[in-house]
Design a protein around this ligand. Sequence first.
Ligand code: CP
Length: 337
Amino acid sequence: MHNPQLDIDGKLKHLLTIEGLPKRILNQILDTAETFVGVAERDIKKVPLLRGKTVCNIFFENSTRTRTTFEIAAKRLSADVINLNVGTSSQSKGETILDTVDNLIAMHADMFVVRHAQSGAAHFIAQHVPDNISVINAGDGRHAHPTQGLLDVFTVRRYKPDMHNLRVALVGDVLHSRVARSEIHALTTLGVPEVRVIAPKTLLPADVEKLGVQVFHDMKNGLKDVDVVMMLRLQNERMTGALLPSAQEYFRTFGLTQEMLNHAKNDAIVMHPGPMNRGVEIDSSVADGSQSVILPQVTYGIAVRMAVMAILGGRQSAGERNTALQAASSMAPGGIS
Ligand code: CP
């Protein structure tokens, strides 16, 4: 079945979810991101790849890391960046999402970066926009957060380059986590042989094993000999009903303390997508400790988001060149050679 994120040539057209994306596309993004890591170390932190393009950040839900790093990434690619403040936009007067999008298209936007509390919002917009516009999902409900999944595997690959010989554990609220879903799809597609989830039964989706993970309900067993520990936030805003006795009880059972981390390999890395709840899912001494790569994740997020936008922008530019060539060809009496 055709993947709506790819064009007929198999090139990335939108980035909506990692599920179903071929390994070659994930590697293309990760390899391209490697080339952008060094841009941050230059005096002039800019490359001209998106010069003349306009990127619109439309965030219907709060964000610190994703919105800011998308803006920095687009600016480092020399794009013009518009941050639509949804709170002060005409959405608050009853305008529909598609009317908002149509108005931004009329202003010649080239790329939309969309975060929304409803699963499927970015797909909905992608189905609506013309072929020359790309949509990037910056997190939709509990469904997907593809650039977070990609920056997480990019971070893993940087610290643990042999992806085919890794044991990775995701710990916490998998049920409500779009990040967990994207991480699992990215890790399994890239060939990580053992992906574990550690959580109480109430915080796991039904049939979670079908995602290709091993399930643990006990931290000591689940963390044993893992190379990477990915902590997840308790997504209280998405919980309906009491799924846990209390935050304190949760921390006692599933919180990552140094004592718990000692069950993993000595050189295991600790990750967290943020925002962190210290003392709920992770102890401060671990979050700020020598095994933590939580802030490098944020830094690598810029290179990964640059890579995604550069790849999408490259396809757009190739399309524009083809259209110009076709127009020139149809105008010239003998065509062009
Ligand atoms: N990880 C993540 O999506 O963080 P923000 O909500 O701050 O963007």
